[in-house]
Design a binder for this molecule. Structure first.
Ligand SMILES: [Zn+2]
Length: 150
């Protein structure tokens, strides 16, 4: 993961444009470990940038994905999620509340193979689907209440 300054340098080195609007999008994205969607980032930035369109957010995110600065993946909830952490790692996905969080090391941290079956490998998405601690508690409490109600 980079700092905003590092990211700006890298985008400039590639000849990309860096506008104040883009810098705010980078800032919102880089500290984010919730794997937001473009819509969530857009909503979060609306207060700061009232004229920011969702199309612009998508364009900036897609630029970063193409440059290898951002990971884009789906978890089965019909949404596209973004992760500024481009190092290999696994994600935990709750089937009930749909939350996504990074799995603790060493899960998913093995280095990427360079070439597999003639494919040059650029990234890997590793998802573990299950039930988060909060959902487990809620389900246990609901089962308990049902039992008490008889
Ligand atoms: Zn959950």
């Amino acid at each position: 993961m980079h700092t905003v300054e590092e990211l700006i340098d890298r985008v400039r080195q590639r000849g990309g444009k860096v506008t104040p609007q883009r810098v705010l999008i980078y800032q919102a994205l880089l500290g984010d470990v919730t794997h937001p969607t473009a819509e969530q980032l857009h909503q979060r930035l609306c207060g700061l940038l009232p004229h920011l369109s969702l199309t612009t957010v998508y364009a900036v995110l897609n630029d970063l994905v193409d440059a290898g600065e951002l990971r884009r993946f789906e978890t089965g909830d019909g949404q596209i999620h973004y992760d500024p952490d481009t190092e290999p790692h696994a994600e935990l996905v709750c089937l009930r509340c749909k939350r996504i969080q990074d799995a603790p090391p060493p899960l998913g941290r093995s280095p990427l193979p360079e070439v597999v079956g003639g494919f040059r490998v650029l990234m890997r998405t590793e998802l573990l689907h299950g039930m988060c601690p909060e959902c487990q508690k809620e389900l246990a409490a609901a089962a308990h209440a049902e039992h008490d109600a008889g």
